[in-house]
Design a protein around this ligand. Structure first.
Ligand SMILES: Nc1nc2c(c(=O)[nH]1)N[C@H]1C(S)=C(S)[C@@H](COP(=O)(O)O)O[C@H]1N2
Ligand SMILES: [Mo]
Length: 260
């Protein structure tokens, strides 16, 4: 993403992303590239959409697209081929021995195999993924609403956040070997479009996009959408987890609430 120095990159991106459905994106587009896109940013629509979101509150749905809008080539980003030994062992037999664990501040700690997750109620949605780096892609996701899992386990009253622990370690030189993790507040965790997806564009979720299970939280930026999810925990506070900021990139300076 190329923006002249002095330009507020984060502010620009935020304004860019609130445009939502105003742009017809056929592939994975570079949002910041074109002059016409920049002009669009300052149209009244931007304000309307921001205001709408504020008025509609926490249950408002992110825009959903049609089959025709699906990006022919959905970009994969961050970890795309984890080499962690535990992950490779699970991937070797198609995640037959993988189980999603849900614990922490819940009445009943739970575990589900992939088949058990597939047997639960599901939701399918075609949505736009916006990466903080300035690209977007539209994809179709099918998975189990996180709320279904949280309700089965029974979140205790003291819990305020849901934390997702992933299998992958990002580039050691950059990160000192930390594994990816993320967290959501309860409102976003229980949102209708917050799902743990096991299918993408009608097929089993592929490894580059987070197999066997990845989070979709459609009103926030891409880095919130943990891929390679192994374990979920309900917590009162994330101050004691890794860098204490609630996520891998949050520990490295990104905002915890990445609303769009
Ligand atoms: N476990 C894990 N989850 C992750 C990442 C990652 O590196 N590891 N990258 C994040 C970022 S920055 C983005 S934009 C999306 C990319 O999802 P995709 O590969 O399906 O495009 O995953 C997010 N979730
Ligand atoms: Mo991203």
């Amino acid at each position: 993403m190329r923006i002249e120095s002095g330009f507020d990159r984060r502010g620009f991106l935020k304004r860019a992303l609130v445009l939502g459905g105003a742009l017809l994106l056929s592939g994975c587009d570079q949002l910041s590239g074109s002059e016409s896109f920049r002009r669009l940013l300052f149209r009244a629509e931007t304000l309307t959409r921001t205001a709408q979101r504020a008025l509609l509150g926490p249950d408002a749905l992110a825009h959903e697209y049609s089959e025709a809008d699906i990006s022919p080539d959905f970009r994969a980003n961050g970890s795309t081929d984890p080499q962690d030994a535990d992950y490779l062992a699970l991937a070797a037999d198609n995640f037959r021995n993988w189980k999603l664990k849900l614990g922490g501040l819940v009445e009943r700690p739970m575990e589900w195999s992939l088949d058990e997750l597939r047997a639960l109620p599901s939701r399918t949605q075609i949505t736009r993924h916006d990466c903080v780096e300035g690209w977007s892609c539209i994809g179709k996701w099918k998975g189990v609403p996180l709320k279904v899992l949280l309700d089965q386990a029974g979140v205790k009253p003291g819990a305020r956040y849901i934390v997702f622990y992933c299998a992958d370690t990002l580039d050691e030189t950059l990160t000192g070997g930390a594994k990816y993790y993320e967290s959501l507040g309860l409102e976003d965790a229980n949102h209708a479009q917050t799902i743990l997806a096991y299918e993408m564009n009608g097929e089993t979720l592929p490894v580059p996009h987070g197999a066997p299970l990845r989070l979709r939280v459609e009103r926030q930026l891409g880095y919130k959408m943990a891929k390679y999810v192994m374990r979920i925990e309900a917590v009162a506070d994330f101050a004691d987890i890794d860098g204490g900021q609630g996520g891998f990139w949050e520990d490295r300076g990104y905002e915890w609430y990445a609303g769009i």
